[in-house]
Design a protein around this ligand. Sequence first.
Ligand code: NAI
Ligand code: BGC
Length: 291
Amino acid sequence: MTDIHPKEPDAPARPDDTRLPRPVVYPVLENQPALVTGANSGLGKAVAVGLARAGADVIVNYVTDPAAAEEVAHEIEAMGRRAIALQADVSDETAVQRMFAQAIDHFGTLHVVVSNAGLQRDSPYDEMTLEQWNTVIGVNLTGQFLCTREAVREFKRRGVDRNLSVAAGKIICMSSVHQQIPWAGHANYAASKGGVMLLMKSLAQEMAPYRIRVNSIAPGAIRTPINTSAWSTEEAYADLMTLVPYKRIGEPDDIAQAAIWLASDAADYVTGATLFVDGGMTLYPGFATGG
Ligand code: NAI
Ligand code: BGC
């Protein structure tokens, strides 16, 4: 009888697994300035560098650690693209508007906005403070509103420039598998990502006639500073793998590849979609052997 639950094909993927995809990236975003929030760390950094690999000039947003942001900007410049690091707290309306004005002043316009900045303030529900709640909603949800609103203002103003793209602009919201998977001890975070889901869809519906595409990426567990405790020890990594059918942690470049595709005209008929990049985390792994 065929075993429908085979053992892993060869050695189990470990935290230091290096057998990762090395895809070729074509310069499909040439001359399309892209703004990435929270781009001095983790997924934002990988997306910023990935979009530059695909030809974009990049605005590297940060709120703290300007040195890390400058380093990302230099890495992008070394690839022959233009880059600028701009400070702004995405939950602060004035700061966001200033950043978009500076970005447009510097590059002339914007074609891609990746609303990525986010954080966790975890707590058991009955101990969660209003500050923990407001901080997470403020950055993860209100921050997405403020950045995407400035993005659509610029995309509508400019319209389609057929020399560069068949869309007037592309927005990518960084959501999470927790827009769908409830998460005890992280109610503020799950609520913020659930909010991102319907913010993104409502915005996509409203902006489609303007040829502005709005989509989300919903990462599973990706190796970044936000979740170090989930992968930095062998025991934690083994625990994490019980939630990941594909049996490896995600790497930031897995998310960058998805962002490049969503930002490119290859995804022109895709709007209002959430692309789960999660190694199967949303496939109810507990049911692989039960139910
Ligand atoms: P990270 O902690 O490495 O990066 C978060 C970035 O957001 C940092 O650059 C941080 O400075 C920035 N940020 C935080 N508050 C900000 C503010 N008020 N204004 C501007 N920037 C601010 O973590 P990671 O993993 O790269 O997270 C990026 C996004 O990906 C977040 O939205 C997170 O919720 C999401 N995500 C991450 C997953 C993972 O497994 N790493 C999985 C699913 C979603
Ligand atoms: C969280 C990470 C977590 C991942 C999978 C993300 O949204 O930020 O901490 O590892 O979801 O649960």
